[in-house]
Structures are given as C-alpha cells and as structure tokens.
Design a protein around this ligand. Structure first.
Ligand SMILES: [Mn+2]
Length: 359
C-alpha cells in the first residue's frame, strides 16, 4: 500500500509539496493538470514538468485524478472519436512518465454534489454535507451555491466555463438514460483499455457521488451490480475502480465492507479514497473526521477488508474538515487530511503486524 495526498499544483494549492512531505508516511501525491481543457491531449512537457516538480520535493507522482471525460463521449456523439483518440494519446503520454493509475468518473454534468459547503460541527470545525432537501433547488441554484462557496479555488469537476451552460448541458443529455450511458462507457473502455495495457496504466472509475440519480440524470457507478458490470464490460486488470469509501457508503443499500473485499480480491481496486461519513438521517450525511468514532463507518473494518484481500494499491485520505482556523478549498485543507493519513497508516500497521505475528 502506498499512502498519498491529493495536490492541486503550486499555482492552485496553498498546501505545498513540502507540507505534504512532512506528513509521516505519505510518499506521493495525486495530481493533475488543471490548465488543459477537457478533451484535449495532455502535453508531454507539462506532464514532465509536474513529475519533476514533485520529484524535486521528494514526492512520487504515480496517480492522476482526474483525466476528465468529455461530455461528447458520455453522450455518445459522433464527435466522441476525436476525444477518445486524444484520451489515448494522454494515456500514452502519462505512461511515459511513470503514471500507474488514472482516476476518472462517468457522471453527467456534475462530478459530485454537496448541498452545504460549510456545515459546522459541534466542535466548531467545518465540513461539507448533503441534505436531500437541499436539492429541491434547481441545478442552476446548486451551481451558484457550490461556486460561490469555493473560496476562489478551482473545484475539481466544477469548471465555471462549462457550468455556465448548465441548462444546455441538461438538454444535451436528454435521451441518455442508464442503458445508453452504460453503452457509452463500454464503448469508451473498449477503445482505451488496450492502450492502458500497452503502457502499464490502470484506469480507475470513481463511483457516483451520491450513488443515486439526482435531477433525473443517469447514474451507472452506484452499487455492486454496476461495479461488476463495469469490470466485466472489459475484462482486464487495467479496467479498475477508484474505491471511494464515502461515496459508496452514501448509498444506504451498499455493504461497503463486502464490496471492498470482493473487488480487492478480484484485483480491481488500484486506488482507494478512504474517508468516513456520518449519516444524519435517511440519505442525509456530512463528511466527518476519519476516525470510526466520529462517523457511521467502521474504519478498522474498511481497511481490514482491503488488507485481508491483498490490496496493494494507492490510498489517499479523502476530504478533510477545516480545523484550527484553516481556510481554503473545501475538503482539501492540510490538517485534517494529515490526521486522516496518520490514522489510516496506524490501522494499516496494526493489521500488518498482527497478520505477520499470527503466522
Ligand atoms: Mn472520492
């Protein structure tokens, strides 16, 4: 297992590589290029520069989150061919610089949805929350809520230029139901997975967040059946999952421990987002601190499900709260994620030592 933290680049992140390097046990960052428009090829020289910048601070860069998928691919327009060819070239370029995993998602329009970007916990820390009543708002109102609470930061998947056209985007997805979206995902995977195999990269699809339909949009990465279908759609170790524990756990019918165990056993989890959530009621929840005692998930069981089934991929602590007066990009402050990383590493050490002593 390799512990990483997400980093948005020196231009976009007030957390520095040096900060991350000082978190014990974190050996790499999960990065991306943020100045290449969705659908265009990631230029080699920019990948090289990012890789070298990380290396200069003693950090590995082996996981990319995300190379986003152009809407034309998800909608299945004839123009997708050009974007698929570009994606393949991006895969080859990333492969040249030692990238092992590419996280992506196949959610129409919104990468993720929270309805409250500044949910205040009893201890005064701030986190993000999702309340079903909050999406009685229109999509336009949600866009406004999220973008106006980003504290001036880029929020992954929430490009203001793209979302300025949210009404048109909804129109473009008319007629794309779950079946059609699945077909388009399979078409994409069939086209790109051979390239991944050639260059030694694993694709890792991120589950839908939340894992059920909102605003009537189709959803194809929400439960066991979907994950199984995706793995079988192209049967290759290069066709895997970013197991986002929080997102999967947001679906009340999902048995997160069973799913972790099954897909780790099948060697389809190259990358895991490990976080805890606190269910408020029904499907409402907030993103809690990582500790089992703070949320609704048993984090020992989460990690044991991975450990016992041979997981050897990358982990990153997921969203953190804002604590100790820190401000910045919601979910991506340094302090709470660092505490999360240490906690996960502690559980992992304990699992590893007790397993070896048992032998
Ligand atoms: Mn995630």
């Amino acid at each position: 297992m390799k512990m990483t933290m997400r980093w948005f680049g020196s231009e976009n992140d007030k957390v520095t590589l040096e900060n991350i390097r000082q978190v014990p046990g974190v050996t790499g960052v999960v990065g991306a290029l943020y100045d290449v428009p969705v659908g265009e090829v990631w230029p080699e020289e920019k990948i090289k520069a990012l890789k070298e910048e990380c290396a200069a601070s003693g950090m590995e860069l082996e996981v990319i989150e995300s190379v986003n998928i152009h809407d034309d691919i998800k909608i299945g327009l004839p123009t997708r061919e050009r974007y698929i060819e570009n994606y393949k070239q991006t895969i080859r370029n990333l492969g040249k610089y030692g990238i092992k995993v590419i996280c992506y998602n196949f959610m129409p329009i919104f990468d993720w949805i929270k309805t409250d970007m500044e949910y205040i916990l009893p201890d005064g820390s701030k986190t993000m929350a999702f309340e079903l009543a909050g999406i009685q708002k229109s999509p336009e109102e949600i866009v406004e809520e999220v973008l106006s609470n980003s504290n001036g930061n880029i929020l992954p998947g929430w490009e203001p230029e793209r979302l300025a056209h949210v009404t048109e985007l909804f129109k473009a997805y008319e007629g794309v139901d779950d079946t059609k979206l699945r077909e388009n995902l399979k078409y994409f995977l069939e086209a790109i997975i051979p390239t991944c195999e050639e260059v030694g990269i694993k694709m890792a699809i991120h589950p839908d967040d939340p894992p059920y339909s909102i605003f009537g949009l189709p959803r194809v990465v929400k439960n066991r059946e979907d994950l199984d279908w995706i793995c079988n759609a192209v049967d290759s170790k290069s066709n895997g999952i970013t197991f986002c524990v929080g997102s999967i756990a947001e679906g009340p019918e999902n048995d997160v421990y069973e799913l972790l165990a099954e897909f780790a056993r099948r060697d389809r989890i190259p990358f895991a987002h490990v976080r805890n959530i606190k269910i408020i009621e029904n499907k409402d929840f907030y993103e809690s601190a990582h500790l089992s005692t703070e949320g609704s998930l048993d984090m020992y069981k989460v990690l044991k499900s991975l450990y016992d089934n041979g997981f050897d991929g990358y982990i990153r602590p997921d969203h953190g709260r804002f604590i100790w007066g820190e401000t910045g990009r919601p979910g991506y402050g340094l302090y709470d994620r660092a505490i999360g990383a240490s906690y996960i590493l502690g559980l992992w050490e304990s699992l590893d030592k007790s397993s070896k002593q048992g032998k």
